[in-house]
Design a protein around this ligand. Structure first.
Ligand code: PNS
Length: 175
């Protein structure tokens, strides 16, 4: 029997959007297994903890055959090696993504020559979408229905409720 084709789809996913979901579906159509890997970067302030992000992604990919979610710290290529991934999936939305993705791809290739980097394009309707914009819209009371999975939308609204913001400020003051 031939070896299963495994792809690693990494990102911050803070939070997971329908653009990410679109890419995960495209990857799942090509690979036997797609492992979505939430990067835990302690140097970067995230809105959601890695565990919260994993939970939201798990709910969003229910029924997507071959897809699973993990979180990781450290080098991406080490994570790829651990799970036996032959490829790393990244999304390209616009030319503006290219430079950073190109640098990252070449560095990852240097670190792990056996792991291929594959770029996928999301559906056109998601080309302007990113997690930062989504957070900005909800923070100011806007709706993101159709741009993020339902659980993500709920969690964003809860996180940006005035009371929740007050609690977060009080917590920050007491530190
Ligand atoms: O969703 P993002 O923020 O564009 O994802 C970036 C991510 C997490 C894929 C990248 O920062 C990463 O790979 N981090 C793990 C550390 C690492 O391997 N860095 C070297 C990349 S060349």
């Amino acid at each position: 029997m031939s070896r299963p084709r495994v792809a690693l789809f990494p990102g911050s996913f803070d939070p997971f959007t329908n653009g990410h979901l679109d890419l995960a579906r495209r990857a799942a159509a090509i690979f036997d297994r797609v492992v979505i890997a939430v990067a835990h970067n302690s140097a970067k302030t995230a809105l959601f903890t890695p565990e919260e992000r994993v939970e939201m992604i798990e709910a969003s990919i229910q029924g997507l055959k071959g897809a699973s979610v993990i979180h990781f710290t450290g080098l991406l290529v080490e994570c790829a090696r651990r799970i036996g991934a032959q490829a790393i999936i990244r999304g390209l939305r616009a030319v503006s993504d290219f430079e950073f993705e190109f640098q990252m791809a070449l560095m990852n290739r240097r670190l792990a020559p056996g792991v291929e980097i594959a770029f996928l394009m999301p559906s056109q309707e998601f080309t302007y979408l990113n997690s930062t914009l989504v957070k900005e819209v909800v923070r100011h009371g806007g709706r993101v229905t159709g741009l993020v999975p339902p659980l993500v939308e709920r969690r964003l609204r809860e996180r940006f409720r005035p009371a929740a913001r007050g609690e977060a400020r009080a917590k920050a003051r007491s530190r």
